[in-house]
Design a protein around this ligand. Structure first.
Ligand SMILES: Nc1ncnc2c1ncn2[C@@H]1O[C@H](COP(=O)(O)OP(=O)(O)OP(=O)(O)O)[C@@H](O)[C@H]1O
Ligand SMILES: O=C(O)[C@H](O)CO
Length: 377
């Protein structure tokens, strides 16, 4: 029965991230809405799929009314692929993972030393060509550790070895860097606001740097990590060592650094930027209950992930927040600190993890029915 009934008439805002591997953020919102309405027919529900700058960021922007634009770009291994960015009223949302994300590598295939961000630069150029005056550059979920050198090369920079030849693509190639010529960089960046919307605030190199922390998820062995760390430190000694310790420099394999040092970008936590871009504050004004969530509610969630950002913003306005997730790895106290009253995990309904992934949609509807019973009846 009711344990936290919200003031009537109830109006629910579903502002959840994707369940990576099973449901997009749009699907999460649809399933939650369906489950809620089975218990409370006609319930007012607003869907605002959210993202934190990592993969799914363009999809969230498009779901809130941005126009989806497609471009042919270079993938992390040099292949051609179709990537999208989002555009509305002179603001572009560009997601580096669309061009250079891990999802573009075949299962089990990695390219830790050679994967390039060239396609991310091509995406930025397409946004400029379309007339963007503000670019929200969502970074994270990358397959790359090249310090953004590929991106800068696509935008007109030249990275040469001692004999004047371009260095090979990828972070490994930066060991051979002798000269960086940024004079040909696209001049339009001087007049455009470029906001680095990052899911992490790591520095470029060192024990908390991009290679050490995120290299392994891109297939880097300990030896590769050492090579990449040295290569990126060398790259920064050529381009500008001061920016290497700025928050966000280590995002997306150091692409954050490239954007900060050469494109005049400013760093902001991804979820904060995205909540602004998506019009979250306005949607919140109309809500009496917020439902947030993501695939795995865990320690990472507390460090600036979408549900933590949503909950903080909603609690600041005294609005009750509950969460849905695939798996829950946080105790109730930690949820409470994050402003989340209760979390509903699919694994609490279906203990078999494989079934939980395969039947995520119907299970999420059942979780939402429980939320409706607990908070809306
Ligand atoms: N239907 C599901 N049932 C159970 N667990 C799920 C389900 N869907 C996703 N997960 C879990 O969530 C994990 C993905 O977590 P999540 O969606 O929070 O993304 P993430 O890896 O934290 O990345 P990001 O930073 O992009 O959000 C999966 O690896 C899996 O363990
Ligand atoms: O892409 C990456 O390296 C991680 O998502 C951190 O930004």
């Amino acid at each position: 029965m009711t344990d936290g009934a919200v003031s009537q008439p109830a109006r629910v805002l579903v502002a959840a991230d994707k369940f990576k591997g099973s449901l997009t953020a749009v699907q999460v919102a649809e399933r939650v809405t369906a489950g809620l309405r089975r218990v409370v027919p006609g319930l007012a529900v607003e869907a605002l799929p959210v993202a934190d700058g990592g993969d799914g960021t363009v999809a969230a922007a498009v779901a809130t009314g941005f126009e989806r634009r497609e471009v042919q770009v270079t993938g992390p291994r040099g292949e051609s692929l179709t990537a999208a960015y989002a555009l509305r009223d002179g603001t572009a949302v560009v997601e580096m993972a669309e061009a250079s994300g891990l999802q573009h590598l075949p299962a089990g295939v990695f390219a830790p030393l050679t994967a390039t961000t060239y396609g991310s630069g091509e995406l930025l150029r397409a946004a400029l060509d379309a007339g963007a005056r503000t670019i929200v550059f969502g970074v994270g979920g990358s397959a790359t550790t090249d310090g953004g050198a590929g991106m800068l090369a696509a935008l007109g920079a030249r990275f040469l070895d001692a004999s004047g030849r371009p260095v090979p693509p990828g972070g490994g190639g930066l060991r051979d860097l002798a000269t960086a010529d940024l004079s040909g960089l696209d001049a339009r960046f001087q007049d455009v606001e470029l906001i680095l919307a990052s899911d992490v605030d790591n520095p470029l190199t060192g024990p908390k740097g991009a290679p050490a922390v995120y290299g392994p998820q891109k297939g880097a062995t300990p030896e590769d990590v050492a090579v990449l760390d040295e290569a990126l430190a060398h790259y920064a000694s050529v381009l500008g060592p001061e920016q290497a310790d700025l928050p966000g420099a280590g995002a997306a394999g150091g692409l954050g650094y490239g954007a900060l040092v050469a494109l005049g970008a400013s760093f902001r936590p991804g979820i904060e930027v995205m909540l602004d871009v998506l019009g979250f504050a306005r949607a919140l004004e109309r809500a009496t209950l917020v439902i947030t969530g993501e695939g795995s509610l865990d320690q990472q969630t507390l460090h600036g992930k979408a549900p933590a950002g949503v909950a903080a913003a909603a609690r600041a306005r005294d609005i009750e927040v509950v969460a849905v997730c695939g798996r829950l790895a946080l105790p109730p106290e930690a949820l409470g600190h994050a402003g989340i009253r209760r979390a509903y995990a699919l694994t609490a309904i279906e203990p078999d993890p494989a079934k939980c992934m395969a039947e995520a949609g119907p299970l999420l509807e059942r979780a939402a029915e429980s939320i409706a019973q607990d908070f809306l009846t």
